[in-house]
Design a protein around this ligand. Sequence first.
Ligand code: ATP
Ligand code: LTN
Length: 331
Amino acid sequence: MNKELKTIFSAVQPSGFLTLGNYLGAIKNWIGFQENFKCIFSLADLHTITVLQNPKELKSRTKELYALFLSCGIDPKKSIFFIQSQVHTHAELSWILSCFTSFGELSRMTQFKDKSQKHANNINAGLFGYPTLMAADILLYNTDIVPVGADQKQHIEITRDIAKRFNGIYGEVFKIPEEFIPKIGARIMSLQEPEKKMSKSDANPSSYIALLDSPETIIKKFKKAVTDSENEVKFTGEQTGINNLINIYSSVTGKTTAQIETEFEGVGYGKFKMSVAQAVIEHLKPIQEKFSYYISNEDYIKACYEEAKEQALIISERTLKKVKEKIGFVS
Ligand code: ATP
Ligand code: LTN
């Protein structure tokens, strides 16, 4: 890997089946970065246990997601793609960073507010301290750029604040990262409640398209997608069902909103929904085919994450060592 290249870091939680939102907002962009950046990606399973998980399901889902990312185009020869809980430095640096993070700033995190409403019976300290673990993920690798969906912007900002605070006390230890939020696809909304983002942990499967959904399911879900009564394919920029469908169509076909409006002029929502469904099915087909191949090659998958773990350890242990020395821990 070329040392001159800028470093990209990003992660996704293995908290459910990947959705079209995850794919268009995050993963699709990761693939393109592999050519010109030093890319480090992770399955953030330590983050996932902020919500109670069934152990068997967590394990199989993590492996399945690993295979799915390879199917989407993450290339283990070009990127380091590891499983977070296999690399001990993350939990360790997270603890240290939590001592440089205030109660007040963590309380302002909108994801914490949302998730503590959603999981009112399990508002644990991990959920509250979640951003310090995310900061550790990013800062361990001297990251320049963090590609994420729009919902994660606040977490990157707090990462910068923590890093600057630490550097202010101990000197230049951490590189200050920037977020990269794609213009199209950064916020794919729920098909059932277009004012909410499409989320893989949504209790209602009709609200999201999973990357492994069959063509029949995809058609059914788009047919059921909530829209208004205007019946005109016109982009207004507001958070409405039809704008969301236009965004999705634009993301998978590469067409602009103006081109889409012209293409569907005088055509009702029903027909447009079918075109969106067809475009999504076509886009997902090669990914689904590769998935069937990878998921039946468990040894290959294992070899990939084992190697990535070693590579991640080499880089992150270097940063952690520096941090511990600065703080005054006996080595
Ligand atoms: P959960 O439902 O468990 O909170 P999630 O579906 O929101 O999960 P994450 O694992 O939190 O997904 O996010 C993985 C990546 O996908 C992040 O970069 C996030 O910003 C992006 N992402 C998630 N949902 C969307 C969405 N609806 N539109 C665009 N990007 C998204
Ligand atoms: N918190 C993120 C997932 C995540 C992440 C990260 C993203 C964990 N660690 C580091 C970017 C960088 C989420 O819920 N989307």
